[in-house]
Design a protein around this ligand. Structure first.
Ligand code: UD1
Ligand code: MG
Length: 456
């Protein structure tokens, strides 16, 4: 297999984003625009990926510190040709070079592969047909071969009528590229070094130039503004939704689903409207997600139902649980099976065993809950003393009465009952009723409710 170098151009400032953040760091589908391009590049197994950066440089580099990338700084942005010139010293002479643009997130790996295979002894360009081609470089053809690319601002009236335009993505033998890069000039309408001028140089050298036309315009669309960003986000979401539908997932509305990461689904999964999935989420067979849930980095096993308005973060959920509505499961939480977690219940770093119920208005943090435990409404684990966190352990079949505070560290024994309204500060033994209330109940017979005071 031929050696491949990939140069990603990402030095542009992105003025029209009206943002202090470099353009390529804005996110599509929950990941930076540039990350999409880098992932596509990696899928092509290149020997080297070179990113030409400029505006906001170090912020961009830091974001991708974990990637094996050669970073090249283009301090002044003097054009796409100038950008590739900065990378020239790092290219392998015995390779093919593929040029990608850092602001084109839906770039299609297969189209790149085709381009690479056409470029073994040619300059191969990816083009597309644009009914309104203003602003783009026009592909000037002579039959099947390309003669030149003329930038819009330099084009004649006749050339401006050409609808086939340059995507900016191209591939060629590196030896030729290196030579052409030394020859491009900036005597054009924009005073820039155009990469597209290598087409005419190739023609001069007798090297064939071919253009592959892609019909998937989104896959070559660059992001220049927040409008572009929003539109590409929608397109990506539509593609994700269609892919899920094709794999048998039921979506109540394909336009009201957001996957910002990776969502994998078993059979007969149903997802209602306005759900957001972030990071890596796995849904087992027959999982049902009701409307308005936000779920990130979670594994949810078969048969579990998530009811409306539930937030789940970094949580592992077993089979046949029922969670929500309005539940919040925070990092470190795990549920075995058949548990019920109800409305306004917050779990943090809590492990809940089979068949337990926490149905209403509770905070359970840093806790181990056994099997078949019932936790009454308004129960709070007081896990934090202002400096340190402590665990609460509730053993199998315990019953915690409503409005109980469990001051950790504390253990509630197996089958113990805690009376409602207790503040438990010491371990409660198994099989017994423990109660701890500030005052015993008393009744004042004949007590009268206050009366409204009449004015005149
Ligand atoms: C370029 C192409 C044009 C094509 C269009 C497709 C040239 C001369 N023109 O035009 O034929 O139709 O893209 O969108 O190549 N960049 C740098 N350094 C620079 C200049 C640009 O890294 O000095 C990067 C930008 O960040 C961007 C990409 O190169 O990712 C394209 O630059 P842009 O200014 O958008 O080029 P266009 O004028 O749109
Ligand atoms: Mg552009």
């Amino acid at each position: 297999m031929v050696k491949l170098n990939i140069v990603i151009l990402a030095a542009g400032k992105g003025t029209r984003m009206h943002s202090d953040m470099p353009k390529v760091l804005h996110e599509v589908g929950g990941k930076p625009i540039l990350a999409h391009v880098i992932d596509c590049a990696k899928s092509l197994n290149p020997a080297k990926i070179i990113v030409v950066y400029g505006f906001g440089g170090n912020v961009v580099r830091e974001k991708f510190a974990h990637e094996d990338i050669t970073w090249v700084n283009q301090a002044e942005q003097l054009g796409t040709g100038h950008a590739v010139q900065q990378a020239a010293a790092y290219l392998d002479m015995d390779s093919l070079t593929l040029i990608l643009l850092g602001d084109v997130p839906l770039i299609d790996g297969q189209a790149c592969e085709k381009l690479i295979s056409s470029s073994s002894s040619k300059l191969a360009i990816l083009s597309f047909i644009k009914s309104e081609p203003t602003g783009y470089g026009r592909i000037v053809r002579n039959q099947s071969l390309v003669k030149a690319i003329v930038e819009h601002k330099d084009a004649t009236q006749e050339q401006r009528a050409i609808n086939e335009v340059n995507t900016g993505i191209m591939a060629m033998p590196t030896v030729h590229l290196i030579k052409w890069l030394t020859q491009i000039q900036n005597n054009n309408a924009q005073g820039e070094y155009y990469l597209t001028d290598i087409v005419a140089l190739a023609v001069q050298d007798g090297i064939d130039v071919v253009a592959e036309i892609t019909t998937d315009e989104w896959s070559v669309t660059g992001i220049n503004s927040k409008v572009d960003l929003a539109q590409i986000e929608r397109e990506l979401q539509k593609r994700i939704a269609q892919n899920l539908l094709q794999n048998g997932v039921t979506l109540k509305d394909l336009a009201r689903l957001d996957v910002r990461g990776h969502l994998s689904c078993g059979r007969d999964v149903e997802i209602d409207v306005n759900c957001v999935f972030e990071g890596n989420v796995t849904l087992g067979d027959n999982v049902k997600i009701a409307a308005n849930c936000v779920i990130r980095n979670a594994e949810i096993a078969a048969g579990t139902q998530i009811l409306p308005f539930t937030h789940i973060d970094d949580t592992k959920i077993g089979e046949n649980n029922r969670i929500g509505p309005y539940a919040r499961l925070r990092p470190g939480t795990s549920l075995a099976a058949d548990a019920h977690i109800g409305n306004f219940v917050e779990l943090k770093n809590a492990q809940v065993d089979i068949g337990s119920k926490i149905n209403h208005l509770s905070y359970i943090g840093d806790a181990t809950i056994g099997k078949n435990v019932n936790i009454g409404a308004g129960t709070i684990t007081c896990n934090y003393d202002g400096a340190n966190k402590f665990r609460t352990i509730i053993e199998d079949s315990a019953f915690i009465g409503s409005d109980t505070q469990l001051v950790a560290p504390v253990t509630i024994g197996k089958n113990a009952t805690i009376a409602a309204g207790s503040t438990i500060t010491k371990d409660a033994p198994a099989d017994a009723l423990t109660l701890c209330r500030a005052r015993e109940q008393k009744t004042i017979v004949g007590w009268k409710r206050p009366q409204k005071i009449r004015k005149n």
